[in-house]
Design a binder for this molecule. Structure first.
Ligand SMILES: CC(C)(COP(=O)(O)OP(=O)(O)OC[C@H]1O[C@@H](n2cnc3c(N)ncnc32)[C@H](O)[C@@H]1OP(=O)(O)O)[C@@H](O)C(=O)NCCC(=O)NCCSC(=O)Cc1ccccc1
Length: 156
């Protein structure tokens, strides 16, 4: 049986993107889609559905920041080996343009610096190619790998 809010169809997703399977909060608010780019970092996206929208029929800012959190978290996680759950310490965003109902929201993060315990990343998130959110974040890099946190496996 499919998840309760899973209404996206593969036909409306850019080629090469795989559905990322989550539990809990993201299972309800997703799906998100992703692929690993040539440089080894993730490209992620989602189609804006009615259930993601505010009354103006543009994507709710909370959904966009949820996406930013997942994108930056996965960027740092993959950059440091993809085997750790990285709690978000800080997340910022500027809504520079709307993401209308039906638009394809996409982003690719950039790792600015990883220390032993912190990853600094940023991204420009677009909606149908137009700038939508400028985001930056800091993720805690735990010392231990987490058994159930093989992030790269989600993209295969
Ligand atoms: C993270 C920290 C700096 C604490 O770190 P420390 O300064 O080291 O102090 P402490 O001694 O307390 O830590 C001992 C050990 O425990 C680890 N650990 C700590 N917290 C967590 C945790 N929540 N989850 C797992 N592990 C945690 C910590 O790394 C450390 O490991 P280490 O000994 O180095 O091996 C503090 O700001 C905090 O707890 N903030 C709340 C963060 C938060 O809840 N953010 C929102 C939710 S994130 C989200 O949803 C996004 C997302 C979605 C899907 C998939 C992926 C991501």
């Amino acid at each position: 049986m499919s998840a309760p809010h899973k209404t996206e169809t593969a036909a409306s997703v850019p080629a090469g993107m795989k559905e990322l399977t989550f539990m809990g909060y993201m299972e309800v608010n997703g799906p998100l889609w992703g692929r690993i780019d040539d440089d080894g970092l993730p490209v992620m996206g989602f189609r804006v559905e009615a259930r993601h929208c505010n009354p103006m029929q543009t994507c709710h800012g909370g959904m966009l920041m949820t996406f930013a959190d997942m994108l930056l978290g996965f960027t740092v996680s993959v950059a440091v080996g993809g085997k750790k759950f990285l709690p978000t310490v800080s997340l910022s965003g500027d809504y520079v343009g709307p993401a209308p109902l039906g638009s394809w929201v996409e982003g690719k993060g950039r790792l600015i610096r990883a220390t032993r315990s912190l990853g600094f990343a940023e991204a420009l998130i677009t909606a149908d190619g137009a700038a939508a959110v400028r985001t930056s974040g800091i993720m805690k890099i735990p010392s231990q790998e987490t058994r159930d946190s093989d992030v790269l496996r989600l993209f295969r």
